[in-house]
Ligand binder design. Structure first.
Ligand SMILES: [Zn+2]
Length: 119
């Protein structure tokens, strides 16, 4: 699996980029580093480990397709690699929980789904 292949292309992985010049990490793929502007940040695959930064339990679905999933939790995760990402998560997650990613189907799409780790 190439590091540019991840859940957005249907693979069970999360990609990010790391700048070779300043080590800045970024989640959204760009042709340059958002911190220093250096070209061609390196694509990498994340471990899926992280910590919950914020949670938002959705009680009213935004679309008819999402209604069957209600209630569902939208979480912000500070990943072990240093970038922050929005994802789905278990409904009982709390801020500060250590989590790991698995993958689930949401309205037909494969999405990262974070669950608390035993530690
Ligand atoms: Zn940089």
């Amino acid at each position: 699996m190439k590091p540019t292949e991840d859940w957005t292309t249907g693979m069970e992985a999360i990609s990010f980029q790391c700048c070779a010049a300043c080590n800045h990490v970024q989640y959204f793929r760009r042709a340059f580093c958002a911190a220093c502007g250096a070209p061609d940040p390196v694509d990498k695959t994340a471990s899926g480990q992280g910590t919950v930064y914020a949670t938002s339990l959705v009680l009213r679905a935004g679309t008819p397709e999402a209604r069957e999933h209600v209630p569902y939790n939208i979480v912000l995760i500070d990943t072990a690699e240093g970038f922050r990402m929005m994802a789905h998560g278990a409904n009982d997650l709390a801020i500060g929980d250590k989590v790991a990613a698995r993958y689930a189907r949401f309205t037909g799409r494969l999405v990262p789904y974070f669950e608390r780790t035993s530690a």
